[in-house]
Design a protein. Structure first.
Length: 299
């Protein structure tokens, strides 16, 4: 396909992806308050507040966090931000398909198989990390707000709170992609399973430190809730890499299959001195004086 046709196809697919995002964003704008409550209600419940934004004026006993908005334009920009975020997330099947449809024709069959496998594995892993973030946020908020002095409310700007939630979801989701990255490095031959296994002490320590930093609460259960699954996924990736390395060695010992070409030895060899032919060396005797198509026997 010429370059102009590639650019035209890219333009059409980007237009379809953007149209899907815009449509879903407009639809989500009618429910942006429900989306905000979905993220904030668990935090409010964990610190002893009512579970809806409309009932924040009333509070129960204990420390209560009041979610506030600062500025005249903040409600509008917040509604736009939440709707756009929902549009990008819920329209992801459309724009991911458009991206795949643009890239897939340039891939070989085995490359398509690996790409589909990575996508099919990466999406559940990311969703699992996001779920852990959503479940640990209430406990983290309860511990952090517990440092507030008695009889004082903690005012939380809603836009800052949503930014924190989004960052936590992204951090937890991406951290669950670690085993997928290790498996990809092993399949490409960059990293072996034996070397991964030799790193297990450092990896456990690094994952534990990461979990402690990613979860600001001092609750060890919250830290283990993030570190434990990543430990399991790491050792799962190591086990897969070891089996893959074993399979590669067995295939190399068996040699190429019947439908595969063997490796060529392209190492140059010394052929010694070549005897030059004298320019006046006699040509072979002609067996016939007749010419075929104008050529003699020697030619």
């Amino acid at each position: 396909m010429p370059l102009v046709d590639h650019l035209r196809e890219l333009r059409n697919r980007l237009a379809k992806a953007m149209l899907a995002i815009v449509v879903v964003t407009i639809f989500a704008a009618f429910f942006y308050k429900n989306i905000i409550e979905f993220f904030t209600n668990p935090i409010l419940d964990s610190v002893g507040c009512k579970s809806t934004l409309a009932e924040l004026a009333q509070r129960r006993s204990g420390t209560c966090a009041r979610i506030v908005l600062n500025g005249l334009l903040t409600p509008f920009t917040l509604a736009l931000k939440v709707s756009l975020m929902a549009g990008v997330i819920f329209a992801s099947p459309v724009w991911l398909y458009q991206l795949w449809a643009f890239v897939a024709p340039g891939l070989h069959r085995h490359e398509k198989k690996y790409a589909l496998a990575f996508v099919a594995t990466g999406v559940p892993l990311f969703l699992g990390g996001a779920f852990f973030a959503y479940e640990t946020l209430p406990t983290m908020a309860k511990v952090l707000l517990g440092f507030s002095p008695a009889d004082l409310d903690n005012q939380l700007p809603l836009d800052d709170l949503l930014d924190l939630i989004v960052r936590m979801v992204l951090v937890f989701g991406l951290s669950f992609e670690l085993p997928l990255l290790l498996v990809m490095l092993n399949l490409t031959g960059i990293l072996t399973g034996k070397r991964m296994l030799s790193w297990w002490r450092g990896m456990i320590m690094g994952i534990t430190v990461f979990a402690a930093v990613a979860t600001p609460s001092t609750d060890p259960l919250t830290m283990l809730a993030l570190a434990g699954p990543i430990w399991v996924l790491y050792f799962g990736a190591v086990g897969f890499s070891l089996m893959n390395d074993k399979r590669k060695r067995r295939r190399e010992e068996e040699g190429p299959a019947d439908d595969e070409a063997s490796d060529l030895d392209l190492t140059p060899e010394d052929i010694g001195e070549v005897e030059t032919v004298s320019a006046n060396r006699a040509l072979p005797e002609q067996s016939s004086t007749e010419r075929v198509n104008g050529y003699d026997d020697v030619t």
